[in-house]
Design a protein around this ligand. Structure first.
Ligand SMILES: Nc1ncnc2c1ncn2[C@@H]1O[C@H](COP(=O)(O)OP(=O)(O)O)[C@@H](O)[C@H]1O
Ligand SMILES: [Mg+2]
Length: 274
C-alpha cells in the first residue's frame, strides 16, 4: 500500500505536469516539481511497493547533484533517502579521476545522464554495503532503486546529526573531544583500508557526521578499491585533509599527514585489520 502523502505528492505532481500555470503551493513546487522528474516519482512509488519506504518527509540537504530527504520506513523508523537528480558537466568531469583506470567502472564515463546517475547510485550503495559489513561507521544501507538510495538516518526525528565542520563552527569541539574524534577517524580510515579494501577518496570535515560522539563516514559513491591506480594518492589526500582540519582549524597538536599515512598503511595498529 502506498502511503497517503506519497499518493498526494504524486497526484499533485501529475496535476502540476498537466497545467504548470496552476502551481500554487510553493513548498510542493520546491520539493516535487523542481526536483522530481517522472522517473524519480515512479522510482519512489516502486520503493514504497517494495516496502522499503513508507513516507517521504522533508529535505535534509539540497546539493547540486543529489538531495537527501528524511523519510519513514514501514516500521516508522527514520530513514535517509539520497536521490540523485542530475548529472552536470562538472560532475561528469569530476568523477573521471575516480573511474579512470578502474576496470569495473571506466565504461560509465560515456553513459547518458540518467544511466550514469543510476550506476553512480548503485556504486554508492555497494560501497556502503562493503563498508558497513567491514564494521566501518557508515549509515546502514537499506535498499536502492534507480537513482534512489535508502539508508539509516543519522540523527533523530528528522534532525540530522551535525557535520564535523558544523560542530567546529558551533564551537562544540573541545580539545579533548576533538582529539578523541581525530583518532577515531584515523581508526575508521584504517578499517576502510584493511577490512573493506576501500579508500574514501573525498574525505574531509564535510563528509563526516558526528552522532553519539562517533564519527560517521558518509558520501561514499566515489570510494575506490585498493587496486585503483591512484588509491594511494587518494588515501594520502584524505589523510592530508583530515590532519589539516584538525591541525590548522581546530588547532590540535597531532602527527603530520606523512606520519599518519605511514601509520595507516604499515603501522602496527594497521596490521590488526588485515
Ligand atoms: N544517512 C544520513 N542521515 C542524515 N543526514 C544525511 C545522511 N547522509 C547524508 N546526510 C546529509 O546530507 C548531506 C549531503 O549528503 P552527501 O552524501 O554528502 O551528498 P553530497 O554528494 O550532496 O555531498 C550531508 O552533508 C548530510 O548533511
Ligand atoms: Mg558530501
Amino acid at each position: 500500500m502506498v502511503e497517503k502523502d506519497i499518493e498526494e505528492i504524486i497526484d499533485r505532481k501529475l496535476s502540476i505536469r498537466k497545467d504548470e500555470e496552476r502551481i500554487k503551493d510553493k513548498d510542493l513546487f520546491e520539493v516535487v516539481e523542481e526536483v522530481f522528474d517522472r522517473r524519480t516519482v515512479l522510482a519512489v512509488i516502486e520503493l514504497c511497493r517494495r516496502k522499503c519506504l513508507k513516507r517521504l518527509k522533508g529535505v535534509v540537504s539540497a546539493g547540486k547533484e543529489a538531495r537527501v530527504y528524511w523519510a519513514k520506513g514501514p516500521n516508522n523508523e527514520d530513514l535517509a533517502v539520497k536521490i540523485y537528480l542530475t548529472v552536470t558537466a562538472e560532475f561528469r568531469k569530476s568523477i573521471w579521476k575516480y573511474i579512470k583506470g578502474d576496470p569495473r567502472y571506466e565504461w560509465i564515463g560515456k553513459l547518458p545522464r540518467h544511466k550514469l546517475m543510476v550506476v553512480w547510485c548503485r556504486k554508492e550503495f555497494s560501497n556502503l554495503k562493503r563498508l558497513y559489513k567491514a564494521g566501518v561507521k557508515v549509515p546502514k544501507p537499506v535498499c536502492w532503486y534507480q537513482n534512489i538510495l535508502v539508508m539509516e538516518f543519522v540523527g533523530r526525528e528528522g534532525v540530522r546529526a551535525p557535520l564535523l565542520k558544523e560542530l567546529y563552527e558551533a564551537g562544540s569541539l573541545t580539545e579533548d573531544f576533538a582529539e578523541k574524534l581525530f583518532w577515531k577517524i584515523v581508526d575508521q580510515i584504517k578499517r576502510m583500508y584493511w577490512r573493506a579494501g576501500l579508500v574514501h577518496a573525498d574525505l574531509s570535515e564535510y563528509n563526516i557526521m558526528v552522532w553519539n560522539d562517533e564519527p560517521y563516514i558518509i558520501d561514499v559513491s566515489q570510494a575506490v578499491r585498493l587496486d585503483h591506480p591512484n588509491a594511494q594518492g587518494f588515501l594520502y589526500r584524505d589523510i592530508y585533509n583530515i590532519v589539516r582540519f584538525f591541525r590548522e582549524d581546530v588547532g590540535l597538536d597531532i602527527p603530520s599527514p606523512d606520519e599518519i599515512y605511514k601509520d595507516v598503511v604499515e603501522g602496527e595498529e594497521g596490521r590488526e585489520y588485515e
